[in-house]
Ligand binder design. Structure first.
Ligand code: SF4
Ligand code: SF4
Length: 81
């Protein structure tokens, strides 16, 4: 049997607070995979499959309008205690 796993972006994506967003476009400029683009003055995840969940959009947003629900921690950094 071949197991298939859904790409991460099919179940978790950055969320965008349109009320808080100023439309500066920094998240679009910083996105390394071009997953997000400006549409009508606001960012939209136009290529969800391209989102690597890197967190750069969240990091660079000056007003905290785009955020990731989870932090991805490499296994080697997980504390077993
Ligand atoms: S998490 Fe990374 S890949 Fe996904 S939209 Fe933000 S900057 Fe782009
Ligand atoms: S960086 Fe933040 S404020 Fe600027 S367009 Fe993206 S979500 Fe909106």
């Amino acid at each position: 049997m071949v197991l298939q796993y859904a790409p991460m972006s099919e179940w978790i994506l950055p969320t965008i607070n349109r009320q808080r967003c100023t439309g500066c476009g920094l998240c679009v400029q910083r996105c390394p995979t071009h997953a997000v683009e400006m549409r009508h003055g606001a960012p939209v995840i136009v290529r969800p499959a391209a989102c690597s969940y890197c967190g750069l959009c969240e990091e660079y947003c000056p007003v905290g309008a785009i955020s990731l629900a989870y932090e991805i921690v490499p296994a080697k950094e997980v504390d077993d205690d």
